[in-house]
Design a protein around this ligand. Structure first.
Ligand SMILES: Nc1nc2c(ncn2[C@@H]2O[C@H](COP(=O)(O)OP(=O)(O)OP(=O)(O)O)[C@@H](O)[C@H]2O)c(=O)[nH]1
Length: 346
């Protein structure tokens, strides 16, 4: 199954919220109106073709989309659209901007839900394309990837999935279980390491994570590893401690390589919705976040938050997770995500 198919299948809680939201906005009002004039599309600009049924629709011989209800784009409709996007966790500013862009040059036109979905997907893709960047790989060996994020956000799983994918791509990977205070986190990382066939460096419970990071750096250098992925603690309850812990890890690995860490990945859980925005703000103060990974897009109707994140921070989005299996994480593709999010096909 292609990742797009998987994404579309698993993003359904978000996409049904947005997709049916758009359909409701158009059809509820259209139901109150008299039947549309016979050829509303005839007066539309040539650059905005009438919506066509998708490939599946054509194969099944569905009636062309002219039968779809249409609604005149006016202030009331824009307000509903804005409200729906806010409800879908896109954030107020992003929802306003997206709605304004959709409205531009189209006020008074009669649009169908399919057209609206296409317009919305284009707007979302436009916002997200500049940030859709896979984790950059450098010739530097070992490339040190520090992974930060609150407990439970999916750091361990993301490290396991990335390690396994890099290993499959022929890279030599070492993992350091830097959350030394939580035995369960270390064990979980060891399970992922075994699954991926990647060594996991651990340290006794409660020992200094920076000292583990140093040892892991030594091992990665000695073994000629391409990548060293360092898991870290995510205790936000005591931010000062966490900041010092992260700063110490960075100080120590810089003794071995002044250019490290080469990436600082912030892992965010999509189910936290708008809270993900404040997590970015907090972690940017704690660490020099260079890119984002968003997990658990499969279990939530709040996937729109990724659009808000892209719009607000402009940080690279390296990958997204849509499940718990090794191949449920893939590079972020703006167009695919935008289309899946509004419930459109490839
Ligand atoms: N449905 C789903 N579950 C996920 C995804 N990514 C991670 N999980 C699950 O989320 C839970 C937390 O993930 P972890 O990787 O342990 O998160 P963590 O940030 O390392 O958390 P700690 O180990 O508590 O520090 C686990 O049960 C994972 O299986 C995803 O993309 N989709």
């Amino acid at each position: 199954m292609s990742f797009f198919s998987k994404l579309r299948d698993r993003l359904t809680r978000s996409s049904s919220k947005i997709g049916s939201g758009l359909e409701d906005i158009v059809s509820e009002a259209a139901a109150d109106e008299k039947p549309a004039s016979p050829a509303p599309a005839a007066s539309q600009p040539a650059t905005e073709p009438e919506a066509r049924p998708g490939v599946l629709g054509r194969l099944l011989g569905r009636a062309p989309a002219v039968a779809e209800p249409r609604r005149e784009l006016d202030d009331a409709m824009l307000e509903e659209l804005e409200e729906m996007l806010i409800q879908a966790d896109m954030g107020v500013e992003t929802a306003l901007r997206v709605t304004a862009n959709i409205a531009e040059g189209r006020m008074g036109r009669r649009v169908s839900a399919t057209e609206l979905k296409e317009l919305l997907a284009d707007e979302i893709a436009r916002i997200m394309t500049p940030v859709a960047k896979p984790l950059p790989l450098y010739p530097k060996r070992p490339q040190v990837v520090l992974v930060v994020g609150v407990n439970g956000s999916g750091k361990t799983t993301t490290i396991g999935k990335l390690a396994s994918q890099f290993k499959a791509a022929g890279k030599k990977v070492v993992i350091a279980a830097g959350d030394t205070f939580r035995a369960a986190a270390v064990e979980q990382l060891q399970v992922w390491g075994q699954r991926a066939g990647v060594p996991v460096m651990t340290a006794p419970e409660g020992s200094d994570p920076a000292s583990l990071a140093f040892d892991a750096m030594t091992k990665a250098e000695a073994e000629g590893a391409d990548l060293l992925m360092i898991d870290t603690a995510g205790r936000l309850q005591n931010r000062q401690d966490l900041m010092e812990e992260l700063a110490k890890i960075v100080r120590v690995i810089r003794k071995k390589d002044p250019s490290a860490p080469h990436n600082t990945l912030l892992v965010l859980d999509a189910t936290t919705g708008q809270n993900a925005l404040s997590q970015v703000e907090i972690f940017r103060k704690l660490a020099d976040v260079s890119g984002l990974v968003m997990t658990k897009l499969d279990g939530t109707a709040r996937g729109g938050v990724l659009v808000a994140l892209a719009d607000r921070f402009g940080l690279p989005i390296h990958a997204i997770g849509v499940g718990e299996q090794i191949d449920d994480l893939d590079a972020f593709d703006a167009r695919d995500f935008a289309r899946a999010l509004v419930g459109l096909g490839d």
